[in-house]
Design a protein. Structure first.
Length: 486
């Protein structure tokens, strides 16, 4: 097997194994997280059960203090315990909704708590109405201790059940944690193993190539000795080859300073090759040459579009009040031939003055109108351009009757290089709408697309009100003038 084949096979095997390890690690971590959540859940239930018992004790303490003193200050712990007990019971019921045993125990506990709290309230009322002796008598004759013993027994039983669940869940958490650690350590070990194997293969390949290079150096030395004995013709050819190599090196050095220049050079030399050897090339070769030239042109277009895309935010002009009507007039004039060739009908409403970079606003209009003409349906393109007030700003729209855009693709089309059709169906670089989005965002607005009820698409974009800015500037100048006069 060749070095390339070994490398590809090794990378494929390593990727498959590491992917499996990653999936298992993810699964184990999710399992561990779920087990940890249940352990925490059990602790919360135990804590809430403890809160029930504490709240009941607080309520009893407040009730006893009030009966002995008649001071309303002792009712504060009672009220706190009353609300805390009820809320804690509610929390426990919600937390144990999936546990029939605990729900059954709650069915026994809640009436006891309600009865005990009712008894406390009755004693407080007796103390308030009949005095301390009556209140103390009510305490002695009541069954508060029996109720509290039952409450403590039920709470103890529920805490015991939660303790049992806590032990089980803690054991499951330990198992899942151990499994996760094992998988992660195994994955790291496999990763280091594959790195070692890759390093070993590369080391062996480098050794093989070093030996091959040494053989080549020896062969070159032998060839040099033989070349020295060759005829002048061979020496002259060697000199020609050296000159050719120097020229190629110089060309590569110059070409590397400009990305556009290599493309123009490739295109020019390819066309020259086709012209010079026209009679020696078959149709297939000429087709290949045309493909190469077309590829260079498309690459130049792509580079220019990318350059224009990058300059939107870095070389834009300041935003000033601009007439959309005037900008649209210039755009339609520049697109006159394309509009006439397609038979497009463009209707326009009066457009506002907006706060914009005139050149970029024109680029936005041009891209949207060009797309409406390019992505047309079987009917002649019909394009409607209008505007409507959008709060303090303007919302402009470009409506067409073209092939339309699926709703699920409405965000994707504004991503750079994202195309919904092949280049053979509709030419382009996939940058136009991304540039529109960047221009709209630079102007503090946004752009989106919606399906048109009559078919086709409606592109909306928002932009600031230029006339409002003029009003603000005028008001500011008048204010400064008034201040100066005063």
């Amino acid at each position: 097997m060749t070095f390339k084949g070994k490398l590809i096979a090794g990378l494929a095997s390593a990727s498959a194994v590491l992917l499996l390890v990653a999936v298992l690690a993810y699964w184990s971590l999710m399992r561990n997280s779920e087990d940890r959540r249940w352990v925490t859940h059990t602790h919360v239930v135990i804590e809430k059960l403890g809160d029930v018992r504490t709240s009941m004790t607080d309520a009893e303490t407040g009730e006893h203090g009030y009966i002995l003193t008649g001071d309303d200050l002792y009712l504060a712990p009672y009220e706190t315990g009353l609300g805390g007990a009820r809320q804690s019971l509610k929390d426990v019921r919600e937390l144990t909704a999936d546990n029939p045993r605990q729900q059954e125990a709650l069915g026994r506990l809640e009436p006891l708590v309600t009865a005990r709290l009712g008894e406390l309230q009755d004693r407080i009322n007796i103390r308030r109405e009949s005095g301390m002796e009556a209140g103390i008598t009510a305490v002695r004759e009541g069954n508060g201790k029996e109720l509290m013993d039952k409450i403590r027994t039920e709470i103890a039983g529920m805490r015991e059940e939660e303790g049992r669940l806590l032990a089980l869940r803690s054991a499951e958490l330990e198992v899942s944690s151990r499994t996760a650690r094992t998988i992660i350590v195994t994955g790291e070990g496999l990763g280091f193993f594959f790195l070692f194997i890759a390093g070993l293969i590369i080391h062996r390949e480098m050794g093989r190539r070093a030996r091959a290079e040494e053989d080549i150096r020896k062969l070159n030395a032998d060839l040099e000795r033989r070349v020295a004995e060759r005829t002048a013709e061979l020496a002259e050819r060697a000199q020609d080859l050296e000159r050719s190599n120097m020229e190629l090196q110089q060309f590569a050095y110059v070409a590397s300073h400009d990305l556009q220049e290599p493309l123009r050079t490739i295109s020019s030399f390819t066309q020259l090759l086709a012209k010079r050897y026209q009679d020696k090339l078959d149709d297939k070769a000429r087709e290949f040459i045309n493909f190469a030239v077309d590829g260079c042109k498309r690459m130049q277009t792509l580079i220019n579009d990318l350059l224009a895309f990058s300059r939107v935010g870095t070389q834009g002009k300041p935003l000033v009040p601009v007439s959309c009507d005037a900008v649209l007039d210039r755009v339609l004039k520049s697109l006159k031939l394309a509009i006439e060739d397609s038979g497009a009908v463009i209707k326009r409403d009066p457009l506002p003055v907006v706060l914009a970079d005139e050149g970029q606003l024109g680029q936005l209009f041009q891209n949207l109108i060009t797309n409406a003409v390019k992505f047309r349906s079987n009917d002649s393109p019909r394009i409607q351009i209008s505007a409507e007030r959008n709060g303090r700003d303007w919302k402009l729209l470009v409506r067409d009757n073209g092939i339309g855009i699926a709703p699920e693709q409405s965000d994707r089309i504004f991503v750079i290089f994202q195309r919904l059709h092949t280049k053979t169906q509709y030419p382009g670089t996939g940058i136009g709408l991304a540039m529109c989005k960047k221009i709209a965002e630079r102007h503090g607005g946004r752009i989106w697309v919606e399906p048109s009820p009559e078919g086709g698409s409606i592109f909306y974009f928002t932009i600031g009100d230029g006339e409002m800015m003029n009003v603000k500037e005028t008001d500011s100048r008048e204010l400064r003038l008034t201040a100066t006069t005063n």
